[in-house]
Design a protein around this ligand. Structure first.
Ligand SMILES: O=C(O)CCC(=O)C(=O)O
Ligand SMILES: [Fe+2]
Length: 239
């Protein structure tokens, strides 16, 4: 598979990307809370692109938890290839002390009211929403995508605390595609870190107070790793 991805130090050009995503309706046009409620586990058959969602929970301190469903997405190859190709990935720069530096990963955020890049992303969001609806009481409606081009790409310690997650429990579900990377978690304010493996097709869900009371990161690695895409599903007003 030739993905033609530049390494993290190279300039990223996406001008030639085919913008096939515009032909899909927006997630908000197609999904309502009722759709999520109607989307039963019975719809998962042997030839479904994803398996039944039966995550294993790791309780953390202070009301936080992490669920892991390894290999949940069966159609991971197909989705990884399509997202590498079709997403108009953005390289960002930000101020760091006196310098402007490259953000070491590429991103693209999809709001609920815009077309998403692949119909399977909509379907996966609906399935995860349905599973967590009894806990969360609202659907997951946005898709944040990140592309880590190689081991030099990363995201530093943080909580997803922009919006309601600053004060309230919430859920952030992360689907991983491509190379395996580590998702590290540590208590906010210090403490030993835990490491979760995020492999091709795995779903990792951070819940409860996790965004407020814990921090997470994708550390850089010296291992030779290829690209990884993460797709993060969040409720409205959480970033
Ligand atoms: O890529 C990941 O798995 C984590 C991304 C993340 O934490 C974020 O973008 O807020
Ligand atoms: Fe995050």
């Amino acid at each position: 598979m030739n993905l033609n991805l530049p390494a993290s130090g190279e300039k990223w050009e996406n001008g030639a990307a085919s913008h096939t995503y515009v032909r899909f309706m927006s997630y908000a046009d197609r999904v309502s809370l009722q759709d999520v409620l109607d989307f039963g586990a019975a719809e998962v058959s042997d030839d479904s692109p994803f398996g039944p969602l039966e995550p294993l929970r790791t309780p953390l301190s202070r009301g936080a938890w992490v669920d892991v469903a390894p290999g949940w997405l069966r159609a991971a190859d197909e989705l990884f290839e399509a997202l590498c190709r079709d997403v108009p990935w953005h390289a960002e720069r930000r101020q760091m002390y006196d310098n402007i530096v490259d953000v070491p990963r590429l991103t693209k955020f999809y709001a609920a009211d815009e077309p998403w890049p692949h119909p399977l992303v909509d379907e996966l969001c609906r399935a995860v929403s349905e599973h967590y609806l009894p806990t969360l009481g609202e659907p997951l409606v946005t898709a944040g995508l990140c592309l880590y081009r190689d081991g030099a790409d990363s995201v530093a310690w943080h909580g997803d605390r922009i919006g309601r997650s600053r004060y309230h429990d919430t859920i952030v579900a992360i689907l991983s595609l491509g190379s395996t990377r580590t998702l590290a978690l540590r208590p906010a304010g210090g403490g030993a870190s835990l490491k979760f493996t995020t492999g091709h097709g795995d779903l990792v869900v951070m819940g409860g107070s996790c965004q407020r009371t814990w921090e997470h990161a994708i550390p850089k690695t010296r291992d030779v790793v290829g690209p990884r895409i993460s797709v993060q599903f969040r409720p409205a007003g959480v970033r």
